[in-house]
Design a protein around this ligand. Structure first.
Ligand SMILES: [Zn+2]
Length: 395
């Protein structure tokens, strides 16, 4: 979602923080309500029921009534969406929001006249009960946006994100198919051999971050110095996040422009995290490496890239079963774990085809012929979505 830097005046900031507090209180009430739920108690209250309870509570408590009802309702809607994501096992369970850390609120029912452009660099947006707030017109605002989310990051910067699904980009009509493999070391490998790298922090920035962490460890708790160091760390990590989001937007646009069909691995990111840990009876294999891999997936913003691709190349993104894509030779289809010489190099033990390992996987994904690993190869009791090991199977 494109974000814009919001510049509220000090008085407006007070109003925005009030909205944030309201949203957080209502969200935390919903979290608490759900935390009392135990299996066998029937279904926990959904949005409709919680919204009804909100109406009752507003009648009873003046402090609740003083807040914006749409802000409160949207917090409940966000919570309902978070629970749906949790049950779909794509996200963690929603948790408590903390002041100063998770500040934000949503407004809906936006009318076109609520966003105005003032000049080349500046626009303003209408926020109920706060007024017109200026924002930096850093890129085009998609016409027809219906809602927005205002957030304050830990450094204190305000942003506004207008919810608009980006216009689909027309297919180039070249009937070209590309496979995209999420890399760990690299970010995304294309079957064409291109490698798209997420720009992280530069070497200098990373060294500075390390220094700051050392300094933080030596700071006295609650000291001014500690707060200053913390702020500097947050600013650096925010820079990394900004670059990653920017990369996702640019890469998804480029892919949608260049190719007619985009094939990606159908992998469940949370499923992979789960499989790495394993269970007591069946401890996960390569737990350490996979923990690193999972961090890599999250850091690379893979899920976000797919979401944006599905918006921009609507109907042209195909999900392909992910098993064996890294062990199968994209030239002769032979599957062997020995094919993978290292993290980076793939060499087929049969036909000697040699390739960048991630590009080889991307070529398999483009071919859409990755073997499905259902039944026999799935470990017992496991909806385990990790890449299966080739175990000797008796047929
Ligand atoms: Zn081969």
């Amino acid at each position: 979602m494109p974000r814009y830097r919001l510049s509220p005046t000090p008085e407006q900031e007070v109003g925005l923080l009030k909205h944030c507090t309201q949203a957080r209180l209502v969200w935390n009430l919903a979290v608490e309500q759900h935390s009392h739920w135990r299996p066998g108690m029937g279904s926990a209250p959904g949005y409709v029921e919680q919204a009804r309870q909100l109406t009752e509570a507003r009648a009873e408590f003046p402090w609740l009534r003083a807040g914006s009802v749409t802000v409160q309702q949207q917090a409940l809607r966000d919570f309902a969406q978070a629970m749906r994501n949790f049950f779909a096992s794509t996200h963690r369970k929603p948790t408590w929001r903390k002041a100063g850390r998770d500040e934000g609120f949503r407004q809906v029912a936006l009318k076109p006249q609520h966003i105005q452009r003032l000049n080349r660099r500046c626009g303003q947006v209408w926020v109920p009960e706060v007024g017109w707030i200026r924002f930096r017109w850093s890129r085009r605002v998609t016409p027809g946006v219906k809602s927005y989310r205002v957030t304050q990051d830990r450094v204190g910067r305000w942003h506004i994100a207008f919810a608009a699904i980006p216009d689909p980009i027309p297919a180039p009509g070249n009937s070209q198919v590309v496979g995209v493999d999420r890399g760990v070391v690299v970010s995304a490998a294309l079957s064409t051999g291109d490698i798209l790298k997420v720009p992280g922090l530069t070497g200098g920035e990373r060294r500075r971050l390390e220094q700051l962490h050392h300094r933080l460890a030596r700071c006295q708790r609650g000291s001014h110095r500690r707060r200053r160091v913390r702020r500097a760390i947050t600013r650096l990590t925010a820079r990394e996040t900004d670059r990653r989001k920017d990369w996702v937007e640019k890469s998804s646009t480029e892919l949608a422009r260049r190719f007619d069909v985009i094939r990606v691995e159908d992998l469940n990111i949370r499923g992979m995290a789960r499989s790495a840990k394993g269970t007591i009876e069946r401890p996960g294999r390569n737990v350490r490496q996979k923990a690193g891999l999972n961090r890599g997936i999250l850091a690379n913003g893979w899920g976000l890239l797919i979401t944006r691709l599905e918006h921009k190349a609507a109907g042209r993104v195909e999900r392909v079963k992910a098993a064996f894509t890294s062990q199968q030779c994209s030239a002769c289809s032979h599957i062997a774990s020995e094919n993978r010489k290292s993290q980076a190099v793939f060499q087929c033990i049969v036909c000697r085809f040699t390739c960048h390992a991630d590009v080889n996987a991307a070529r398999n994904i483009a071919a859409g012929r990755a073997v499905t690993a259902q039944g026999a190869l799935q470990p017992l009791g496991g909806a385990v979505n990790c890449e299966p090991q080739l175990a000797p199977v008796a047929f």
